[in-house]
Structures are given as structure tokens and as C-alpha cells.
Design a protein. Structure first.
Length: 247
């Protein structure tokens, strides 16, 4: 049997879980994980199958801005790894800081900027090579699947910040200067932990809004969740294509 695939579902993207043939549900609290206080982040693992593949779906996540440590918020990654997950798909809601990346579309992560000021690896000399955080082979496969569907899939750099406040226009200008295409408050620490465990990682951002100072910027969590829900169907179909093809 092929290894299990892990999926972490971000704000508003929980509809993918409805497509999973669930065999077992494990609440975060029963798995020893903290429970999120953020709307749109139900705290449970779903074990089952999706597109013919064994999956462990993490429905919701916790964040640094809720007062959790980097080690606590990456406990879910370690929990999935212990249950045979070898590849991890991380999804999130993000703001676009690239004028060419339209809100409402999806961006595949080519790299990230960890601007959280912390790491899940601190406390030990874990000098993990992050030359390729996001698997080139997975990205190539998803790129080809998106092209076959005629789906607009951007590719760029995700900046992970601590939050919970949204960024100022000056901070967004800084992020653009640093090379970021999108900004959010999750994912980077999970990706670091996954790579430290030898897992392959694919990162996907739903560009739910323009970041502060960008034309048409609207910064409201309710709108972020709603946009994520509308865009989720397109990504669910793409991930079915990806995982349903063993090549």
C-alpha cells in the first residue's frame, strides 16, 4: 500500500473534508493537540480515503497568535507522521501582495519567508536543509494537472507572519521588496517541521484578498473564509486529479 497523504485545511477550506470517505475521526483534544479558537478551524483529524488514496486530514489548525508555541502548533504534523504520513499538503488563506496575482485565485508555494521569529526546531541543534522546502516533483505534477484543467494556478513565495493583526501598507511594501507574493499567518512552521521529519511538502495558498495598501484591499476574516469556501471546489477537483493519478 502506498504511504498516506496528509492534508492540512486552512480557513474556509474545510469543504474538502466532505469529499473524504471517513473511517475514523479523532478530535484534537483526544490527540493531545490544542484546539483553535478561530472561526473556520474545526479541530479534528479525519482518517480515511480521498481519490483512492489513504489520507489523514487535519481539519483546522492552531496559530502562534492564539498564544501557542511553535512546538505546539506543529504537533499535528508530528501526529500525522507517526501514523504513516510521508507527504503533506498544506493549504492556507493568504493575502496577495503581488499586483499580478488576483484575489480569488490559488498560488502554489515555490518557497517561503519565515518571519514569525520562531521555529519548531528550536531547543536542539537541528540544522535542517531547507534548499527545497516545497517538493519540485509534486509542484511539477500539480502544475501539469492545472494546465490540463485550464486552471489559473500562480506560483510564488509565501511570507509567514505571526499576526493576528493584518499587515500595514508599509509592511506589505516591505514584503514585496523581500520577494513575497502572498502573506499569511500559518504554514511555514508546519513546513519546517515536516521537512525535518523527511516528509515531502506541497503548499497551496488561496488568495482570498488583496493585502493592505493594494487596490481593492478588504481585510475582514469573514470575507476571507467566504472567499476560501468559494474557491475550494476548484482546488478539491484539482487535488482529486493529483492524488487519483499514481504517476
Amino acid at each position: 500500500m502506498s504511504e498516506a497523504i496528509g492534508l492540512v485545511l486552512g480557513s474556509g477550506l474545510g469543504s474538502l473534508a466532505d469529499q473524504v470517505d471517513v473511517r475514523e475521526t479523532v478530535a484534537f483534544s483526544k490527540a493531545g493537540l490544542p484546539v483553535s479558537t478561530v472561526p473556520g478551524h474545526e479541530g479534528a483529524f479525519l482518517l480515511g480515503s480521498f481519490a483512492g488514496r489513504e489520507v489523514v486530514v487535519m481539519r483546522g489548525r492552531v496559530h502562534l497568535y492564539e498564544g501557542h508555541s511553535a512546538q505546539a502548533l506543529t504537533q499535528g504534523v508530528r501526529w500525522m507522521h507517526e501514523r504513516g504520513v510521508g507527504s503533506l499538503i498544506l493549504t492556507n488563506a493568504a493575502g496577495s501582495v503581488n499586483a499580478g496575482f488576483e484575489a480569488g485565485a490559488w498560488m502554489m508555494l515555490s518557497d517561503h519567508l519565515n518571519l514569525t521569529g520562531t521555529s519548531p526546531l528550536e531547543g536542539a541543534p537541528q540544522f535542517v536543509d531547507l534548499s527545497e522546502v516545497y517538493s519540485e516533483s509534486w509542484r511539477d505534477r500539480l502544475r501539469r494537472k492545472a494546465e490540463a484543467r485550464g486552471m489559473n494556478l500562480y506560483e510564488g513565495v509565501y511570507a509567514g507572519l505571526r499576526g493576528p493583526q493584518y499587515e500595514t501598507p508599509a509592511e506589505v511594501r516591505m514584503l514585496r521588496m523581500l520577494g513575497a507574493d502572498a502573506v499569511g499567518m500559518s504554514t511555514v512552521l508546519e513546513a519546517i517541521q515536516a521537512r525535518a521529519l523527511g516528509m515531502q511538502v506541497l503548499g497551496l495558498s488561496c488568495l482570498t484578498n488583496w493585502a493592505a495598501g493594494m487596490p481593492g484591499a478588504q481585510l475582514d476574516h469573514h470575507d476571507v473564509v467566504e472567499t476560501g469556501q468559494r474557491a475550494a471546489a476548484e482546488m478539491v477537483a484539482l487535488l482529486k486529479d493529483l492524488l487519483g493519478d499514481p504517476a
